[in-house]
Design a binder for this molecule. Structure first.
Ligand code: NI
Length: 189
């Protein structure tokens, strides 16, 4: 049986952790080897991301603190006729941003671990990222526009950093407080 067929039948949607889960603030560890087990994890992450729906997900967001991110910046769920949009998944293992442009871009970001909160964040508009792909090959890719933003957002996750760290302290404290309150409410309910 082809590996891809096997993996497709075993894809599982995972739970996404949210604020104030302390794991979101931990640094993830390097992935040591790209094997079928890791590819199955990539597929689970993609399934979880598409289902959310989202355009990027770091492994730590499903409580696996390893340096692995998946993205599909063009995915918008269903098209106007209700059909599924074509998928163009990108998986990056041990991604490292090696070049950042001086030119910046602003994007209204959100995060599957901070549901229903959005804020404008300014980041370099072009980056070069080095990573290992699904087949275990080293790659270097230049990214711009939204892909540059999403790669930086996801790599931040691997370092325990969240997009709310770029907004004012007042706004950040307010959103954290809201999630802490909600979590406490769920605990006693
Ligand atoms: Ni995020």
């Amino acid at each position: 049986m082809p590996v891809s067929a096997y993996l497709n039948t075993s894809m599982t949607k995972r739970n996404i952790i949210t604020l104030p889960d302390p794991l979101l603030r931990k640094s993830s560890v390097d992935v040591e080897r790209v094997d079928d087990e890791l590819r199955a994890l990539m597929d689970d992450m993609l399934e979880t991301m598409y289902d959310a729906p989202g355009i990027g997900l770091a492994a730590v967001q499903i409580a696996i603190p390893r340096r692995l991110i998946v993205m599909d910046v063009n995915y918008r769920g269903e098209d106007e006729e209700g059909g599924e949009m074509p998928r163009e998944p990108v998986c990056m293992v041990n991604p490292e941003i090696v070049v950042r442009s001086d030119e910046m871009r602003v994007h209204e970001e959100g995060c599957l671990s901070i549901p229903e909160f959005y804020a404008e964040v300014e980041r370099p508009s072009k980056i070069t990222v080095r990573y290992i792909d699904r087949e275990g090959q080293e790659q270097t890719r230049e990214c711009e526009d939204i892909l540059a933003t999403v790669v930086q957002h996801e790599v931040d996750h691997l370092n325990g950093k969240l997009f709310i760290d770029y907004i004012s302290r007042l706004k950040r404290d307010r959103v954290i407080k809201k999630f802490v309150k909600a979590a406490k409410g769920m605990a006693v309910a």
